[in-house]
Design a protein around this ligand. Sequence first.
Ligand SMILES: C[S@@+](CC[C@H](N)C(=O)[O-])C[C@H]1O[C@@H](n2cnc3c(N)ncnc32)[C@H](O)[C@@H]1O
Length: 243
Amino acid sequence: MRTEQPSTGTEKATRAKATYDRIAGVYYTPAHPTSNAFDKTIGNYLRKKSSIAGRLGVHLDVGCGRSKLSEIPYLGTAVFIDLSLRMLLQSELDESKDAVVGSALHLPIANDSIETVYSFIGDAFACKEFFQEAFRVLKTKGAILEILPTKVWAETLRKELGISSDTTYFLDNGVKLFAPSIVFSGEDLVNILRKVGFSSVGWENLFLPDDFHEVPKHIEIPSKILGVDPYDLPLLVAVRAIK
Ligand SMILES: C[S@@+](CC[C@H](N)C(=O)[O-])C[C@H]1O[C@@H](n2cnc3c(N)ncnc32)[C@H](O)[C@@H]1O
């Protein structure tokens, strides 16, 4: 069985790739109820923020998996990037989209060429190097939208599960497959993005939608520990900023 806590960036990426390759076929099934809860929470947010992708240009989804860009009426073209080919293949691909196997930490994209960078649940690579790469590839006035699990949700759950605060795991036939998972509060994210050079940085917490009825165990556990209703627990944090 694999152990947790890879240390270097390369080890983290190798661990993430191995885990996501292995769970790709079941990531978007009821076998992964917390991921499903994240999906529904993000879908709910994107429906309310349809102006996000209003500008014509190239829109980049990093760590795309089954890309959520189809839920946004973006103008122009889309580029999907994922380190795991098997996760990338969960996206609906056609000739209007470019799909690239590549790392968020070394984006194979020219400087100043992208209108909007999106990253949905890119906690495996949410480090300063990724935000620097996002800044590099964005055009001036281009935007980033990053949605990550909240620190309060992740740290409360992981403490209870006895795993480190920057690690998550997925169950695959009873085997724990670990992946790096870097989490932040909204304030932390604002500070990092400002340091990288972004301006107009704003954030908000996202909550489980009221019409999501089966609260997954990994949301129920931290809610109980914190003494809050699962629908009032900040589950995800969305941060938007401009280059
Ligand atoms: C939690 S999944 C989210 C997928 C998708 N964005 C979604 O919201 O459904 C994280 C994704 O990031 C990818 N990933 C992990 N590390 C990466 C890296 N260093 N560079 C690019 N993609 C990475 C994984 O393969 C996986 O598809």
